[in-house]
Design a protein around this ligand. Structure first.
Ligand code: SAH
Ligand code: SF4
Ligand code: F3S
Length: 436
């Protein structure tokens, strides 16, 4: 009998991609994927554990699903980073009622794990991490959309002291360039014109003699690829030849995510980020000199253990000087087993972390508004990614080369269309445009 499966995805783009892999693996085994949780025999949560609140969200969802479905039997599985982070502790907790768990390198085992728990009733698990698994042989079951994700490498060897990812996803490993290019060609044939290359450290990609710059050049040469993005890179791997390539190739988008994490060199050192404040600023200058008009986004952590108010001022200083196009800010959240958790006490009070976040947000807001105003009256090419349905006005939403969202009036558009628009109206958070 065909089993129905529902998958819910949390966390980063890599998890979204992994859910597409999982769907493909299960469809091959005659499972049917459903979009209504209440119709599913099996509910899977593909989880994130990067911060404490990510864990809590999932725990609440497991309770909700099991309680709502009483007395119907439903199997609940936890996939992804919580599975490898907490392992069988998740299954031992009787109040949680999770039936099976599978880590990011165990998805090919899912059909077996589901069979085991449904035939024997015994909880099943596989949380081993692999040095080799890249899922190159699995063709992800993608949603229709304007963008296709492609994981080119998995895992992380950097061990930033705050971060749990090296423990949940294991060591770095890269796919062969041939398998990446084959996948890009299949995507173009299926109608996608934008691809986003993914990896926990995407620019550390290396397969034998092929490095990230060479792979980008190969992807950029595939006919029909109009936009290439990549995420998430590490500032340590931006050689000049990569910046030059980005400047030369029109189909590599002028957008870089450059995670700062902190502005103070002592804190950066304690985080094991491997760059100093001045090196980060010099890299920004180099990027902007090489790729005019490039958009820069970043991630920032406030309240890393021992970070003083004065040291936080260095983060503020970098933010004011760089003027990021987007900044994602997080309060430090202690993760069990990380080096920071083992060595340092989470000693910055919650209200001080809040104060620092508020200060950052207040600094970024006028920067966003000024940057948006600079775009007023310019012509931008946008790729339609969806009908902007939040207010149900029939308006459409597209993204510029620099990844800025632009809202345009209703019209006869389809996802995947490229349209030239003039920016007519801006607020702190929204750009509005008219097709020209
Ligand atoms: N590989 C990516 C990051 C993955 S996690 C990279 O290196 O950029 C995404 C972001 O979450 C990180 O950039 C960091 O800013 C934040 N983060 C990671 N661990 C955290 C923690 N323990 N507390 C708060 N924020 C954290
Ligand atoms: Fe985490 Fe650092 Fe690796 Fe990014 S580079 S995944 S922040 S350890
Ligand atoms: Fe979260 Fe794992 Fe991604 S911890 S951010 S889902 S790599």
């Amino acid at each position: 009998m065909t089993k129905t499966v529902y998958i819910e995805t949390y966390g980063c783009q890599m998890n979204q991609y992994d859910s597409e892999l999982v769907k493909s693996i299960l469809i091959k085994e005659n499972y049917e994927i459903v979009t209504d949780e209440t119709l599913a025999d099996v509910v899977m949560l593909n989880t994130c554990t990067v911060r404490d609140n990510a864990d809590r969200k999932v725990m609440n969802r497991v309770h909700e699903i099991k309680n709502r479905r009483k007395p119907d039997p439903v199997l609940v599985g936890v996939l992804g980073c919580m599975a490898t982070n907490f392992k069988t502790k998740l299954l031992e907790n009787p109040s949680l009622r999770i039936d099976f768990i599978a880590g990011p390198d165990s998805y090919k085992e899912l059909p077996r794990l589901i069979d085991e728990v449904s035939t024997t009733g015994d909880k099943s698990f596989d949380v081993t991490l692999s040095e080799f698994e890249t899922y190159s042989d699995v063709d992800p079951s993608r949603e229709d959309g304007a963008n296709a994700w492609i994981a080119i490498m998995r895992g992380c060897n950097n061990f930033c002291t705050f971060c749990v990812v090296p423990y949940t996803r294991g060591r770095e490993r890269s796919r062969t360039p041939e398998s990446v290019i084959q996948e890009v060609k299949r995507l173009v044939a299926a109608g996608f014109s934008q691809v986003t290359l993914l990896g926990q450290n995407v620019n550390s990609y290396r397969h034998e003699t092929t490095d990230f710059t060479e792979l980008m050049a190969m992807v950029s040469d595939v006919p029909g690829v109009r936009r290439i993005r990549f995420t998430s890179p590490h500032p340590k791997d931006f050689p000049k030849k990569l910046l030059n390539l980005m400047a030369e190739r029109p189909n590599i988008c002028n957008q870089i995510h450059l995670p700062l994490q902190a502005g103070n060199t002592r804190v950066l050192d304690a985080m094991n980020r491997t760059y100093a404040k001045e090196e980060f600023l010099a890299l920004v200058d180099d990027i902007r000199a090489t790729i005019p008009g490039v958009a820069l986004s970043t991630d920032i952590i406030v309240g890393f253990p021992t970070e003083t108010a004065e040291e936080f001022e260095d983060t503020m200083d970098v933010v004011r000087r760089v003027r990021f196009d987007a900044a994602y800010m997080f309060k430090y959240s202690e993760r069990p087993n990380t080096l920071a958790a083992r060595r340092l006490k989470d000693d910055i009070p919650e209200d001080e972390k809040t104060r620092r976040i508020v200060q950052l947000v207040d600094t970024q807001r006028p920067i966003y508004f000024e940057k948006n105003k600079e775009l007023l009256g310019t012509i931008q090419e946008i790729l339609i990614d969806s009908e902007s349905t939040k207010k149900n006005t029939g308006e459409f939403q597209g993204r510029t080369d620099c990844n800025r969202v632009v809202i345009i009036p209703p019209g006869d558009y389809r996802q995947g269309d490229y349209i030239s628009v003039k920016i007519t109206d801006v607020t702190v958070s929204v750009l509005k445009g008219m097709p020209v």
